[in-house]
Write a protein of this length. Structure first.
Lengths: 361, 356, 258
């Protein structure tokens, strides 16, 4: 007689019980109905809540009931397996709900101001009673700031990744790599404060007769601080995927390392690098806090990122959300929709590009 | 997604002994060639290496770019400290324990007690809600869902991570606030005897609302990292568990979860870092009070980051310095949290590479 | 508690790819059966079909009957976990659970089945580790991680883990292919010992090993890549290695093929 036969008569497999005793679907549904009824009677009968509580309580009762019944029919282990599976599926449904709500709200509330005026005008001279007003200046700001930020962060990031993959050895390179990862977690508001205390409060005074000046460029600097680690990281991963023989082939032809990197390695990794850059740009375009701190948030159109302050789409959403005008929420939601569209188009394009990338497949 | 990030951390691809030595040797250790001019017709010496080559230049530039990251992190600390010190000196109260924020007065008095507490509470709520769901989704994606479902769902979760925080903040304020208020009233009615659910109202723009919005933003981070970790579980360990007669859940409990534990802890800490530093979503959803309170459902609450966004426009020089000082605290905390998380991930990667 | 296994007309598929075609064989209780053949001939697939590990892979399925003491394990109402508990498996590469100690590895199967009593677990751990010829080497460090053992020890730990739940059949999928000759010898000795209590089926690349350990041998082969594997010949090991009745078997045994 085996240990299990002695200790666990229920689970030990004798020749006759490799048969599974399955819980019939009907029983399962019966438990659902019973749980709902019990829950409704308890909740509504005692008047302690509405239909939402009925559903919540019913799910709890269902889980417990299912576990008890399944334990009897299928055995404890199968019942536990079933319970966890139910919980895991339920969690997924639960997570999709807020997402669906966000998408629905964005579209239903955001569509109201999707008009030419919104995309063609700024908030200059728009008072609390004016229903119009637009985000043209904010869109300009976002595009300029993100563009400049990319111009700063992309070369730095790609070169930094080249260092990590091609040249960096030993403890220093490992330290750099570690802090690149750590830097991805720096809160955006801290990046904003950094540029505030470094650029706006100190450096910009030299160019502006001793007065600190908010500008779109300062926002670009803050965004580039946020983009840099993301770009380094994704580029590094791509460079590592470039097959060694490709490099060796180039070295064997007598091509020096720097030329190999520029002419062979980087072009091979280029699609992947572009994907990473697009994701970084998408993230930067959605940042509000740094722009709020250093760009000034101008209400009128200003094409000059280097002086006079600027707005951005994300900041515009935040400003309109805090505005007391009854027309502000509509503007906020439409701007949010625009922003999400911009960010998601970038993200999706980046992901599709990644899918076609030969290196990562 | 490749399931394994490329294995070797140090060696590989470009690391060909010959060429790296070649590159390194520029400028020193090259014995002078005896042949000043190689004779025509071959058979002579190799061309001399030039002292200042493009190689050295390119190497220098990329090293500088790599170093930039360290420079920036140090610069953040330096500049925040330099701006914070005058403000903290001007503070008439204890910066760490005082619970009001009046830095713009003639006698500035401000402290981060309320802010730190609010930051902590909202982050805890966010993690309590998000982590179980995120782990469940990660398990679903890696072990339950058929491929046809897992790929698009994983994609959607990634997109969720890309949605700007201001949008979640707006959604939380305009949409989630009402259900949360109703729920809070209900909680207050039946569980008001618990200090965290007590109070007379009003309810709604509370730590709970902020925490719930944060949880949606933390979710994708924890999910995608845990998913990566669960995917790395050695298939042979999963098979070993199954071959012992484990059910699917037992297989997960025996093989997947223990193996992924350090990675999951790191994922949770990265999520915590995100929650601690989130600004705009909280600035839009919290009700702002300056009371030290553990109440989760009354309108009120505040956080370091949200306070920076909210108070920035009215701040004078000392006020700005005070906000920067609070930001410095936030920077230090998130730096520690992130470094811990990364250290765990790095240790785990070494362990995995040496085991494989 | 050893069982007779009977396969009749078993075909396995990965999606639309047919990996083995129409295999029929009978394995007597308390014997060692070796499955040999060139790479990709489906012998491992067949082995994994016996304890329904085959279907762990997505889209894998099976046709035909596979009975253990006259019960078809592919009947619709059969509990897969019960089948796998009854038919243990040792894998090609040693795969102790990396997060568990030697002790925990040895009793992992019992714990899964709900055994909690410390004394029972202790006894079972000692018994299975002894049966796996590992006890003397690890008795002083049962709480150390299983991954810290040598490859051969790890494989014996995996065998201990498998036999701790006292299955009736033990399947071994090239258990020695990742081991050095000394460890291989230790495992082969172990197999002779286990034969007293278990029915053993072993897949091996190593023909000497098959000749040394097995009572009966099945030879699998494929005509060309992409074709399903077939059972060419199944007979007493002595006969297969001295006087095979099929030309293909002879070619393979004498090294003229594969």
């Amino acid at each position: 007689m085996s240990v299990l036969d002695r200790e666990m008569p229920g689970v030990a497999m004798t020749p006759d019980n490799i048969r599974r005793r399955n819980l019939p679907l009907g029983t399962n549904l019966l438990i659902v109905v019973a749980a709902l009824v019990v829950s409704a009677v308890v909740v509504l009968g005692a008047g302690i809540g509405n239909w939402l509580l009925v559903v919540v309580l019913a799910s709890v009762i269902y889980l417990v009931g299912l576990n008890v019944v399944a334990s009897r029919v299928e055995g404890k282990r199968a019942a536990r397996n079933r319970m966890w599976q139910t919980l895991i599926y339920a969690a997924c449904v639960l997570a999709v709900l807020p997402l669906a709500s966000v998408v629905w709200t964005l579209i239903s509330k955001g569509a109201s101001r999707l008009d030419g005026d919104f995309f063609g005008s700024s908030m200059a001279n728009i008072g609390a009673r004016d229903p119009n007003g637009g985000a043209y200046h904010a869109i300009i700001g976002t595009l300029e700031q993100v563009g400049i930020a990319a111009l700063i962060a992309v070369p730095l990031g790609v070169l930094g990744a080249v260092y990590l993959v091609e040249y960096g050895r030993g403890r220093f390179a490992n330290t750099v790599r570690f802090f690149v990862d750590v830097m991805t977690g720096i809160p955006s508001i801290v990046a904003g404060l950094f540029i505030l205390s470094f650029w706006v409060l100190v450096v910009s005074k030299w160019f502006n007769d001793g007065n600190p000046e908010y500008s779109g460029f300062a926002a670009s600097l803050a965004l580039s601080v946020l983009m840099l680690p993301t770009i380094v990281r994704s580029t590094e991963e791509m460079l590592r995927l470039v097959p060694g023989p490709l490099r060796e082939g180039s070295y064997a032809l007598g091509v020096p390392q720097w030329k190999t990197i520029l002419k062979v390695v980087l072009p091979t990794a280029a699609p992947g690098i572009v994907t990473g850059v697009m994701l970084a740009i998408a993230r930067a375009a959605g940042e509000t806090a740094p722009v709020l701190l250093v760009a000034g948030g101008l209400a009128r159109i200003n094409f000059d990122p280097f002086s006079g302050g600027q707005a951005s789409l994300a900041l515009y959403v935040y400003q309109q959300a805090g505005d007391a005008s009854k027309y502000a929420p509509a503007r906020a939601w439409t701007a949010a929709l625009t922003l999400v569209a911009l960010v998601l188009i970038l993200t999706i394009a980046a992901k599709l590009l990644a899918r076609r990338n030969k290196l990562t497949r | 997604m490749g399931d394994y990030p490329f294995r070797s951390e140090n060696a590989t691809a470009g690391d060909l002994g010959v060429t790296s030595r070649h590159a390194q040797g520029a400028g020193y250790g090259v014995p002078p060639s005896r042949y000043e001019e190689p004779p025509i017709g071959g058979g002579g010496a190799l061309p001399k290496k030039s002292r200042f080559s493009m190689e050295t230049g390119f190497r220098g530039v990329s090293t500088a770019a790599g170093t930039m990251v360290l420079v920036i992190i140090v610069a953040i600390a330096i500049f925040l400290i330099s701006q914070a010190i005058p403000a903290i000196k001007a503070d008439s109260e204890n910066f760490l324990t005082y619970n009001r924020w009046s830095p713009n007065e003639a006698v500035p008095a401000f402290g981060i007690a309320v802010l730190a507490l609010g930051t902590l509470l909202s982050s805890i709520i966010a993690l309590l809600v998000a982590v179980p769901i995120a782990l469940a989704i990660a398990l679903f994606l890696t072990h339950y869902a058929p491929r046809r479902l897992a790929t698009p769902l994983g994609f959607v979760i990634d997109l969720l991570a890309a949605v700007p925080s201001v949008v979640f903040g707006l959604w939380g304020r305009d949409l989630l606030q009402e259900p949360v208020r109703d729920f809070s009233v209900w909680l207050n009615h039946y569980f008001g005897w618990l200090p965290i659910f007590g109070g007379e109202g009003p309810f709604g723009q509370s730590i709970m609302l902020g925490g719930l919005v944060l949880s949606i933003m933390v979710l994708p981070i924890v999910t995608s990292l845990s998913r990566e970790v669960f995917q790395q579980t050695p298939g042979m360990n999963e098979e070993a568990a199954l071959a012992l007669g484990a059910t699917k859940w037992e297989m997960i409990r025996v093989a997947v979860l223990p193996y992924g534990k350090p990675g999951v802890i790191a994922a949770v800490m990265l999520g915590l870092g995100r929650a601690l530093g989130e600004t705009i979503a909280l600035a839009l959803t919290l009700g702002i009070t300056w009371e030290i309170s553990f109440n989760l459902i009354q309108t009120g609450g505040n956080s370091i980051a949200a306070n920076i966004a909210n108070s920035f426009n009215e701040a004078n020089d000392t006020g700005r310095g005070a906000l920067i000082a609070s930001g410095l605290v936030l920077f230090a905390i998130t730096l520690i949290v992130n470094m811990t998380a990364r250290a765990i991930i790095y240790r785990r990667r070494e362990f995995r590479d040496s085991a494989a | 508690m050893a069982k007779r296994i009977e396969a009749s007309n078993v075909s396995s598929y990965y999606g639309s790819f047919k990996a083995i075609d129409n295999v029929s064989m009978t394995v007597e209780p308390k014997t060692i059966t070796a499955l040999i053949g060139p790479s990709g001939c489906g012998k491992s697939t067949f082995l994994r079909s016996i304890n329904r590990m085959h279907e762990v892979l997505p889209n894998a399925r099976i046709e035909g009957r596979l009975t253990i003491d006259d019960q078809n394990i592919y009947d619709a109402d059969v509990d897969i976990t019960a089948v796998r508990r009854m038919i243990g498996m040792v894998f090609q590469r040693p795969n102790p659970f990396p997060t568990m100690s030697i002790y925990e590895n040895a009793v992992a199967g019992l714990k899964l089945n709900g055994v909690k009593k410390r004394s029972v677990l202790d006894d079972a751990a000692e018994k299975s580790l002894r049966s796996a010829n590992l006890w003397d080497e690890v008795k002083d460090r049962l709480d150390r991680p299983g991954a810290g053992l040598s490859g051969g020890q790890q494989q014996r730990l995996c065998i201990a883990r498998t036999i701790a739940v006292e299955p009736q059949v033990v399947l071994m999928d090239e258990p020695c292919s990742a081991l050095d000759p000394i460890s291989t010898l230790a495992i082969e000795d172990l197999m002779f010992k286990l034969k007293d209590s278990f029915t053993i089926i072993i897949v091996t690349h190593n023909m000497q090993q098959a000749a040394r350990v097995s009572d009966k041998t099945g030879f699998f082969s494929i005509d060309k890549t992409g074709d399903p594997g077939r059972l060419i010949e199944y007979d007493y090991t002595q006969k297969i290695f001295s006087n095979p009745s099929q030309k293909k078997t002879e070619d393979y045994i004498t090294g003229r093929f594969g």
